[in-house]
Write a protein that binds this ligand. Structure first.
Ligand code: AMP
Ligand code: ZN
Ligand code: FE
Ligand code: FE
Length: 285
């Protein structure tokens, strides 16, 4: 069993990279993909511990991108996974990430100001202390919870931070097409993350979207994910076969920040076979 979709404390997971490697070894995983949001810091810090533990580590990333669904008034956030199977993310890709991180920091400043204007005592510095190399909305939720402004992480999103919340501010994100292009042209394999969430927006047009993304360089689809029912897994597997796309999969483990999702097994019945990674490597070679 392998897990190709996990997060560390370098984005919004609760386990530090070294602790995630230990947890993967304890869970008996044959390979671990680290796919933090918009940063390679978690992967970078996991390289040494994984080497020492003899764990097969896969370099990945999960990018937040914007996609304008036909007829929609504003762009929706779509997550794109990138896998760099030779192990080293290319420098050109890292530079591109710095621009994305700058947009995020700028958004965070506006979000903190918006929360203050709603009467909350929150400054950017205290939120950034939780976020290490990447501060996101989950960290704002953590601060709001700690200060007693909300009773749960989810309430923070529902009332303030979510797309329909009172403090929501937009962030500039690369388009879905630009993200696919960047991953592909720097030697990575782009795989659409948790397609179930995209399909909620496209409905029956989902297959058409996949065809057009494939024309633009998309090479994979995340077939196994904690939010996919067995029937979803079968449907995405069949679609991948029809379109000649690679298949990827993982739990989307965030530790205690996403309760109920375990490393490797997801919500209990996930199991991504080792052959998935072998096939990805064969494609990349
Ligand atoms: P950011 O990248 O900083 O905009 O934060 C995005 C992250 O916030 C996502 O990866 C989710 O973990 C979390 N998130 C976004 N919307 C919601 C929501 N409505 N409910 C709970 N968590 C959310
Ligand atoms: Zn996350
Ligand atoms: Fe995601
Ligand atoms: Fe994720």
């Amino acid at each position: 069993m392998i897990d190709l979709h996990t997060h560390t404390t370098e984005s919004d997971g609760s386990l530090a990279p070294a602790a995630l490697v230990r947890a993967a070894v304890e869970a008996g995983l044959e390979a671990l993909g680290v796919t933090d949001h918009d940063t390679f810091s978690g992967y970078d810090l996991a390289v040494e511990p994984a080497r020492e533990a003899g764990l097969d580590l896969v370099c990945g990333i999960e990018l937040s991108t914007k996609y304008h669904f036909p007829g929609a008034r504003r762009g929706k956030s779509v997550h794109m996974l990138g896998y760099f199977l030779s192990g080293k993310p290319p420098r050109a890709f890292r530079y591109w990430l710095y621009t994305i991180q700058r947009f995020r920091r700028e958004r965070n400043g506006r979000l903190a100001a918006r929360l203050r204007s709603l009467g909350f005592d929150i400054v950017l510095e205290e939120v950034e202390k939780l976020g290490r190399s990447l501060t996101g909305r989950p960290h704002f939720a953590q601060v709001m919870l700690a200060k007693g402004y909300v009773r749960s992480h989810q309430e923070a999103f529902d009332r303030y931070l979510g797309e329909t919340g009172a403090a929501y501010v937009e962030r500039e994100e690369p388009s879905l097409e630009a993200a696919v292009r960047k991953i592909t042209e720097t030697g990575g394999l782009a795989s659409l993350a948790h397609p179930i969430r995209v399909e909620e927006d496209t409905g029956p047009d989902f297959d058409g979207l996949m065809v057009s993304l494939k024309d633009r360089g998309l090479r994979g689809i995340e077939v196994w994910h904690s939010d996919h029912a067995p029937a979803d897994i079968e449907r995405y597997r069949a679609l991948a076969e029809r379109l000649g796309l690679a298949v990827t999969g993982g739990s989307d483990f965030h530790g205690s920040l996403k309760p109920g999702v375990e490393l490797g097994t997801g919500r209990g019945n996930l199991s991504v076979p080792r052959s998935v990674l072998d096939a990805l490597r064969a494609r990349a070679a």
